[in-house]
Ligand binder design. Structure first.
Ligand SMILES: O=C(O)CCC(=O)C(=O)O
Ligand SMILES: [Fe+2]
Length: 256
């Protein structure tokens, strides 16, 4: 269910998309000491809070924060290139791990990989997430067609993967929990009410609990329920994006 590798390849992406694998860990996707430097550079410039999960810090706006509200959609699309550029700037003189991921997937995937577009506009990619010790990410799923309900682009996805590179980790906790379980959107929305997620204990024991090392890249099917346990010490800093899959002959796509 978990595949560990030193090199990302097309086969493991196929297996994630088809559900044969629950998660892929790419060891040292970013060299460990580089990841440490990147973490410092990214955090030193400060961060904002999520509009719908204020205990989690972030740099860059996630599309799901727009919640299909016209004003926030406008804000999202107006800040796409500033957000992409801001992460790149914070990483300089190192290569941004998100840019590296974009290049790598374009190289390994036969049909290539590019930025996702929605309503004819490029989407943003690369979100820095900062979590303080003691904060849990509630169990949730991430489904593009829920965030863009009127979009053929979103509906045409056959699979949606979450990709996270970890730049700082607590010594204990901060584990990614994944259940081999999908909950239909409507049902989940009733369960969560006003919150973005539900108590992980409601789902029973997770199928996988992963404690990534600094520099690792984890990939998993974001439509499956997942959560992150609270850390005991240190900030937890990750860079994240989604990868869209539309079959073996179609390009992969990136967005946040
Ligand atoms: O930070 C993580 O390990 C996973 C966060 C998450 O919910 C996601 O990437 O969809
Ligand atoms: Fe998620």
């Amino acid at each position: 269910m978990l595949f560990e590798t030193d090199h990302l390849n097309a086969q493991c992406l196929e297996q994630l998309a088809s559900g044969k694998l629950l998660a892929v860990r790419v060891r040292k996707f970013v060299p460990r000491d580089t990841a440490g430097h990147l973490g410092e550079k990214i955090i030193d410039h400060g961060f904002d809070k999520y509009t719908n999960a204020p205990s989690i810090g972030r740099i860059g706006m996630a599309f799901y924060e727009a919640e299909n509200k016209p004003q926030r959609m406008t804000e999202y699309f107006e800040t796409v290139f500033d957000n992409i550029e801001e992460l790149r700037r914070r990483c300089t003189p190192f290569l941004s791990p998100i840019d590296f991921l974009r290049c790598r997937l374009d190289e390994v995937w036969p049909a290539g990989a590019h930025l996702e577009t929605l309503y004819g506009k490029k989407m943003s990619v690369g979100l820095s997430r900062v979590v303080k010790p003691g904060t849990t990410f509630l169990a949730h799923h991430d489904i593009f067609s829920k965030d863009a309900p009127d979009s053929f682009k979103a509906m045409s996805l056959q699979a949606q993967l979450s990709a996270n590179t970890y730049l700082r980790m607590p010594t204990k906790g901060g584990a990614l929990q994944i259940w081999n379980k999908e909950i239909p959107p409507k049902e989940f929305d009733e369960m969560r009410g006003e919150s973005y997620g539900i108590e992980p204990s409601l789902l029973g024991a997770p199928k996988l609990e992963l404690h990534p090392k600094v520099g690792d890249l984890l990939l998993f099917d974001s439509r499956k329920m997942h959560s992150v346990t609270s850390g005991t010490d240190n900030l937890r800093l990750s860079l994240s994006c989604f990868i869209g899959y539309r079959g073996p002959a179609c390009p992969l796509s990136f967005w946040s």
